[in-house]
Write a protein that binds this ligand. Structure first.
Ligand code: SF4
Ligand code: SF4
Length: 212
């Protein structure tokens, strides 16, 4: 079942009277609304559909009313939703949600692209390293280094016990990443350069796993 939120764009869901009403005299008990709704709004009682969880209904959805073969389901007029949108000035809230959703989509696209590169590249090296990775600007230095040689660093994961401790008390952090060739060539040269960069910055290579 879809995850049901108790708010709708920041408005408590129970303040929005949007849910279906079943006209029992018309309902023929076919169960189409019951099996179609993915939010457990309906139960079947005897040969009739009943609205058991009205506030699970997705605001603005009218699917069950559309598909009911005998027109037994009704909803408030959609102007009710427009009025609520205006009264609660939800568009500002929606802007924030839009940004978050856009960022999530971009992140998952980038992840999929990185996974594709890793799965297709016959040459790669997996690193686990430790040291002053943030303070020494290692991610930026790595990008500059590999950009010139047809390689990329993917799945860079940084772990610091605490950012404050990391910056104020010079505690080390750890990172894992994979060096991959984007043009399917051997990456031994680039790997050596990465090793040297890490060494020059006092970063310890905890694990080094070349896969060809
Ligand atoms: S779809 Fe309509 S007729 Fe069928 S059970 Fe639901 S309310 Fe009743
Ligand atoms: S309108 Fe949509 S969410 Fe609401 S009860 Fe019908 S199918 Fe379920």
């Amino acid at each position: 079942m879809a995850k049901i939120s108790d708010t709708w764009h920041g408005i408590p869901r129970k303040e929005i009277p949007w849910y279906p009403t079943v006209d029992e005299s018309k309902c023929i008990g076919c169960g189409l609304c019951f099996v179609t709704c993915g939010r457990n709004v309906y139960v079947m009682e005897g040969k009739k559909a009943k609205v058991a969880n009205p506030y699970n209904c997705l605001v603005g959805c009218t699917t069950c009313a559309t598909i009911c073969p005998v027109g037994a389901i009704s909803f408030p007029d959609k102007s009710l939703v427009h009025k609520i949108e205006r009264e609660h000035a939800i568009l500002r809230y929606v802007q924030e949600e839009k940004k978050k959703k856009g960022a999530k989509i971009e992140l998952s696209k980038a992840r999929a692209s990185a996974e594709k590169i890793v799965s297709e590249s016959p040459h790669r090296v997996e690193f686990i390293v430790a040291g002053h990775i943030l303070e020494k600007d290692i991610p930026k230095k790595l990008v500059e280094l590999v950009s010139g040689c047809g390689c990329d660093i993917v799945n860079f994961k940084l772990e610091t016990p605490s950012l404050k401790v990391c910056f104020n008390e010079q505690a080390p952090s750890s990172a894992s990443f994979t060096l991959v060739s984007q043009n399917f060539e051997d990456i031994s040269d680039c790997m050596e350069k990465v090793d040297k960069l890490l060494e020059d910055n006092d970063i310890v290579i905890v694990e080094h796993n070349k896969i060809t």
